[in-house]
Design a protein around this ligand. Structure first.
Ligand SMILES: Cc1cc2nc3c(=O)[nH]c(=O)nc-3n(C[C@H](O)[C@H](O)[C@H](O)COP(=O)(O)OP(=O)(O)OC[C@H]3O[C@@H](n4cnc5c(N)ncnc54)[C@H](O)[C@@H]3O)c2cc1C
Length: 394
């Protein structure tokens, strides 16, 4: 006999657990299914979360490992651009601890969690959502009024439910290293380092750092090369380390709601296409989804028409950001190393970074206005626009 919940949640990442917390707190019966045996298992993430996210969602402070107010950017040939702000811009969190803190909060609010529970199928039958869940070698059915799909990038559920699939994504690889003496976030650009994207060295806990990169193909082989380079430079103690892998969506899902359904977080493409950061946007969308589902449960109307309000809400805040960010990403992806060098030279010789960092459009989490401001900059804008012939402005 299937058990009836108000909401089932697929995936105990930040989006799933925050959605579960909000809905349970509002008095609804919620169950979260997580396919891993432990929350936060096998996560591949650097854990950089903007200060605005912690201001907006005062949660999981215990997961913070370090603060970041500056970054060192390296051009393909090794020129250094120092970005510095007087105040904290972001925190570096232990992702497993962050996810666990959110899950604990959801459980304290009354949500049930079932681990080692992989949702294989979701169907809308007889006026309810029926989830088929593989748990401990057996198949169990759970019924609910509504389902939130928060299972990260990939997986067949959104497409099987007629919501489409993520149209563009990028692959990432990362490793934890011993790195005494690295006290600032470092970012590396160049076709031979991370083609089309970038790589990073991020100090985390004492003497440790995360080295990773994003690229369209072979992230593992580029990471191996990067580690060899950093080891040769004396920045890391060893290049013999284990890798983790993960993908990042660059475009939103065609449709993020349906009858009795919402899709949230990476599964919906709620990620900054510029940097690949998805935690904050996932939490923002989980918040909006919880508001919409609460209203719909209270009025006993879980039709697609009613749940469309969720997509309207997140699009009002994020759609333009995602569009301009994706445009900026594609522009950068098409630059050659010599074009990136020219941009570095121009910025360094005119101190353009200082000017842009002081502008009101600078934000760790919102890049749309900043990109447009940079394009309007007298010297920088002209140079960048001359490199963008095949990429129409947004
Ligand atoms: C290399 C790398 C570095 C990153 N660094 C950052 C960063 O510094 N800052 C930042 O903001 N973002 C970063 N991101 C992105 C960030 O990790 C994601 O945006 C974030 O994890 C999305 O949260 P989510 O809850 O939507 O999905 P996820 O965190 O992916 O959680 C989905 C959960 O669903 C579970 N699941 C999947 N399928 C099923 C199923 N069928 N049944 C049950 N459970 C299922 C998974 O096991 C997982 O626990 C990074 C990503 C990568 C790859």
């Amino acid at each position: 006999m299937a058990e009836l919940y108000d909401a089932i949640v697929v995936g105990a990442g930040p989006a799933g657990s925050y959605f579960a917390y909000r809905l349970a707190k509002l008095g609804h019966r919620v169950i979260v299914f997580e396919r891993q045996p432990k929350v936060g298992d096998s996560v591949c993430c650097t854990g950089i979360v903007g200060k605005e996210c912690f201001d907006r969602f005062p949660i999981a402070f215990n997961a913070i490992l370090a603060e970041a107010s500056s970054a060192r950017l390296f051009s393909p040939s090794g020129k250094l651009l120092n970005l510095h702000k007087e105040t904290v811009q972001a925190y570096i969190v232990d992702r497993a601890a962050f996810d666990n803190a959110l899950a604990q909060r959801a459980q304290e609010a009354g949500a049930d969690y079932l681990l080692s529970a992989k949702v294989d199928d979701i169907a809308i039958v007889d006026g309810c959502v029926r989830a088929r869940v593989e748990h401990d070698g057996t198949m169990i059915k759970f019924d609910s009024k509504v389902a939130a799909i928060c299972n990260g990038l990939g997986g067949p559920l959104p497409k099987a439910l007629g919501l489409g699939k993520i149209g563009d994504s990028v692959a990432g690889a990362q490793a934890e290293v011993s790195a005494n003496g690295v006290d600032e976030v470092e970012v590396y650009f160049g076709q031979s380092i991370a083609p089309g994207f970038f790589a990073w060295l991020v100090p985390s806990s004492a003497g440790k750092a995360l080295v990773g990169l994003l690229t369209r193909r072979n992230p593992g082989s580029y990471l191996k090369k990067l580690l060899t380079m950093l080891h040769a430079q004396g920045k890391i103690a060893s290049d013999e380390v284990e890798f983790t892998y993960g993908g990042i969506p660059l475009k939103p899902l065609r449709k993020t709601y349906g009858e009795r359904l919402v899709v949230i977080g990476d599964a919906a493409g709620h990620v900054k296409p510029t940097t690949g950061g998805g935690i904050y946007y996932g939490l923002l969308c989980a918040d909006m989804a919880a508001d919409t589902i609460h209203e719909a449960l209270c009025s006993d109307d879980l039709s697609a028409k009613r749940l469309a309000r969720y997509e309207q809400r997140w699009k009002e805040i994020l759609a333009r950001e995602l569009q301009i960010g994706y445009w900026g990403r594609k522009l950068y992806e098409n630059l050659s190393d010599s074009q990136i060098e020219r941009i570095f030279d121009l910025i360094l010789s005119n101190n353009i970074h200082e000017e842009l960092l002081q502008s009101p459009d600078f934000s760790f989490d919102w890049h749309g206005s900043f990109i447009l401001r940079a394009l309007k900059h007298k010297a920088l804008g002209k140079t960048v626009r001359s490199m963008t012939k095949s990429t129409p402005l947004p």
